[in-house]
Ligand binder design. Structure first.
Ligand code: SAH
Length: 352
């Protein structure tokens, strides 16, 4: 068992079973042993690879989309250009690079990064030394806010509930013979799931992300009051139904209970929950990542970059384009939603 596993076993023995959200929060962000708190998990040598690490085109197109939204909103200044969970900082660095010739954009903006992991803050500071870091989206400035979140919401802890009658049994992490094991609490009514009694059948499982409402509201309140927009990209769908909790280690699925703190834990994002907290700002139609990137012109950009490449570099560039956009790869599983002001149009690539 890992050091964090031993701590969790001792804690459960003392104070009882943990909700999945409590377990996930410690596994990902425990200050000494948490997965993100202690390492850089990205890339071929890490546990998974994200879109900005696959190709510079991803961050470039997102940067240009935000800059165009800024122009469409009358070039307000000063503005906040923010990212939630920036990982290595690659996406923001590529976005800044691609927009440096947009007149006035860089003069208007200050970069703000919301990042909980000290290890990843260090990587981000190497690429974006002038950034201002935040522990939470609540402290972002009260200015027009242009913000990106790629694979951020999927890392937020979730709770899981199984319907029984008009109540719900919560998935818990407890102990069996001194080892971590999953169990279900006794059935009880859950106020926040009252609406789901309409569409969830006996025995079916739903997921709820407790941190999502406050984070989404922190963004949408600023966007509606001051202008700007949010681009939220993740794997997931409209509404949550079924178990999407997964642990990844070394690019493979693993049992989330065997090595706490050593595997990436995620769940699919419920975009309907994000949309529900976008008001009074508006939210765009949920759009597959591949469609979004094609609309922003990724194929033209890919061809331009291909001109300078040959052999293996060209092959891997072509593979990266396919990986980001093809429905069998990230193009369909990953989705994009935007939050934008009720008096403005959605950012380029997205529809009301
Ligand atoms: N956006 C990056 C990284 C995605 S991984 C990319 O696309 O490559 C998730 C990121 O969110 C990591 O940087 C992680 O440390 C951060 N993170 C996870 N939970 C967080 C939280 N509750 N608050 C702030 N940052 C968080």
């Amino acid at each position: 068992m890992t050091a964090l596993g031993d701590l969790l076993i001792a804690r459960i023995a003392r104070t009882g079973p943990l909700s999945l959200a409590e377990f996930m929060a410690d596994c990902l962000m425990h200050p000494q042993h948490g997965y993100y708190a202690t390492r850089d998990p990205f890339g071929a040598a890490g546990d998974f690879i994200t879109a900005p690490e696959i190709s510079q085109m991803f961050g470039e197109l997102i940067g240009l989309s935000l800059a165009q939204a800024w122009m469409d909103q009358g070039q307000p200044a000063p503005i906040t250009l923010a990212e939630l969970g920036p990982g290595r900082g690659t996406l923001m660095a590529d976005a800044l690079h691609a927009t440096r010739s947009v007149p006035g954009f860089h003069d208007a903006l200050t970069v703000h990064l919301v990042e909980a992991s000290p290890a990843l803050r260090q990587s981000q500071a190497r690429l974006i030394p002038d950034a201002i870091w935040h522990d939470s989206a609540n402290t972002l400035p009260d200015t027009p806010l242009f913000v990106i979140a790629n694979e951020f919401f999927d890392a937020l802890p979730i709770r899981q509930f199984v319907r029984q009658g008009d109540g719900w049994r919560e998935k818990m992490v407890g102990l069996t013979d001194g080892a971590l094991s999953f169990g279900l609490s006794a059935a009880a009514p859950i106020g926040l799931l009252q609406e789901r009694l309409k569409d969830v059948q006996e025995g079916e499982l739903v997921e709820h992300c407790p941190a999502l409402p406050a984070i989404t509201t922190a963004l949408s309140a600023r966007i509606e009051s001051y202008g700007g927009c949010a681009l939220i990209i993740d794997y997931g769908d409209w509404g949550s139904l079924g178990d999407t909790f997964q642990a990844l280690r070394g690019h493979d699925h693993t049992d989330p209970l065997t090595a706490p703190g050593q595997a990436d834990l995620t769940a699919h994002v419920d975009f309907a929950a994000i949309a529900a907290h976008a008001r009074p700002a508006k939210f765009s139609r949920l759009t597959p990542q591949g469609v979004f990137l094609e609309r922003l012109g990724i194929t033209g950009r890919a061809q331009a970059l291909a001109n300078g490449l040959s052999d293996d570099a060209l092959k891997s560039h072509v593979a990266a384009h396919r990986r980001l956009t093809h429905p069998a790869e990230m193009g369909e599983l990953f989705k994009v939603i935007s939050i934008y002001p009720s008096n403005a149009a959605p950012p380029p690539g997205l529809e009301p």
